[in-house]
Design a protein around this ligand. Structure first.
Ligand code: AMP
Length: 397
């Protein structure tokens, strides 16, 4: 029976008030179960567990991450699949900030925990929450190895000229200010899928991860040479609520002229800007509806979004000295045919020719959406960070 050969990895993405999880078979790529614990520490929390098309929803107070994960483990036993019967071999933890310490996945021990803790100042929103997930995970699932997979790892070997800011060298090094990137697990997974699909290892690729957070990467022969996120995930493309690139002097200006505090500016740039700030909506579907209704503000917001993307694709093509494949992924990249079409129109100078029908077709898998004669192959590749984490975990072990 194939069942005997099955092995699974429990992938955990622990946030400040949530735990997202998925039980993944790294060999078949199948998700056996998934779920979410929400509103940890609030008066009423919620747990959603999905397995074989059945969804179990529980509303109850979840005082802390330990209680949340304990409840999840009970749900696995009660609603299935049993972790033992699913042959769980590892737990994979998503960690956003790996700084300069991690260029690949790491088997978690006390030293690795200490290093992730050391990186809290560089990932103040994420790393403390990951540490909670790791702590409760290791205590409740102590008989399997735990592996940390870092969002920054794929960008650890960015060329120095791409990673270094033109900031005073001594200040930059003392305070670890450099470009670490983010979404690396997705960029690595998607660029790998493109190489496999096109049967070429030597590709010059651009991957556009366009979700609520958005980032671009330039990848040559499997190695990242540029990426748009920097010291933090604020830099780069226009996002749902984040500015992306903005002159840092805007911070001085808002502090001096508007009297805003650093925390207020942080909130404005990270949550109150991007598509939300430009148009009032951070969901592209809503923005397109308003474009259709003739709202100029919404159209202008789309144009700012598309202009920024065009600029990045042009810059990355120059950095790589050419472009073989341009790939769209994540919520917007995978679903928004109109955005893909409008971007490709702006990029026609590169010899890009979209196959309009293929672009409009709604499909689940990885697919080419350019014509056979297009000078650049354009693709849509669904990202799957959970599967990527599960695969990296078993490869490490
Ligand atoms: P993600 O962060 O990858 O989950 O992406 C979430 C974003 O994808 C949402 O905020 C939407 O803007 C966008 N999105 C999802 N579905 C569609 C769609 N059918 N058309 C346009 N945008 C979409």
């Amino acid at each position: 029976m194939t069942q005997q050969a099955q092995r699974t990895v429990l992938v955990i993405n622990s946030g400040s008030s949530s735990i997202k999880y998925q039980l993944v078979d790294p060999d078949s790529g199948r998700a056996l179960a998934s779920g979410l614990v929400e509103r940890i520490g609030e008066e009423t929390g919620a747990i959603t567990h999905k397995h074989e098309g059945r969804t179990t929803e529980i509303t109850q107070a979840v005082p802390d991450h330990g209680a949340g994960l304990a409840q999840v483990l009970r749900l696995f036993e009660e609603k299935g699949p049993s972790l033992a019967e699913a042959h769980i071999v590892a737990v994979g933890h998503r960690v956003v900030q790996g700084g300069r310490h991690f260029s690949g996945p790491a088997l978690i021990d006390d030293d690795v925990v200490a290093l992730i803790e050391e990186l809290v100042p560089l990932g103040p929103l994420h790393n403390p929450a990951h540490l909670k997930g790791i702590e409760v995970g290791r205590s409740l699932l102590s008989d399997v190895p735990h592996v940390a997979v870092f969002d920054t790892a794929f960008f650890q070997d960015l060329p120095e000229e791409a990673a270094r800011y033109a900031l005073d060298r001594e200040v930059a090094d003392r305070y670890s200010i450099r470009r670490y990137g983010a979404h690396g697990t997705s960029h690595q997974f998607v660029s790998g899928e493109v190489s496999a699909l096109l049967g070429r290892a030597d590709l010059k690729q651009i991957v556009l991860h366009l979700g609520n957070g958005a980032s671009a990467s330039a990848v040559v022969a499997g190695h990242a040479v540029e990426t748009s996120m920097g010291l933090t995930p604020l830099e780069g493309l226009v996002m749902g609520g984040r500015t992306g690139d903005i002159d840092p002097a805007a911070v001085f200006h808002l502090a001096r002229v508007a009297g805003m505090s650093i925390d207020e500016i942080d909130h404005l740039f990270n949550r109150g800007s991007g598509m939300k700030g430009l148009s009032g909506d951070n969901d592209m579907r809503e923005v397109w509806k308003r474009v259709a209704a003739g709202e100029q503000e919404a159209r202008d917001a789309m144009d700012v979004y598309l202009h920024r993307l065009t600029k990045y694709v042009g810059a990355y093509t120059a950095v790589m000295g050419g472009l073989d494949a341009l790939t769209f992924t994540a919520g917007i990249g995978e679903n928004d045919a109109r955005l893909r079409r409008e971007l490709c129109q702006r990029l026609a100078f590169l010899g890009i020719e979209l196959d309009e029908a293929a672009n409009e077709e709604r499909a689940d898998g990885a697919r080419v959406i350019s014509t056979p004669g297009s000078a650049v192959t354009v693709l849509v590749v669904p990202t799957n960070e959970e599967l990527a984490i599960a695969r990296q975990a078993v490869t490490l072990l």
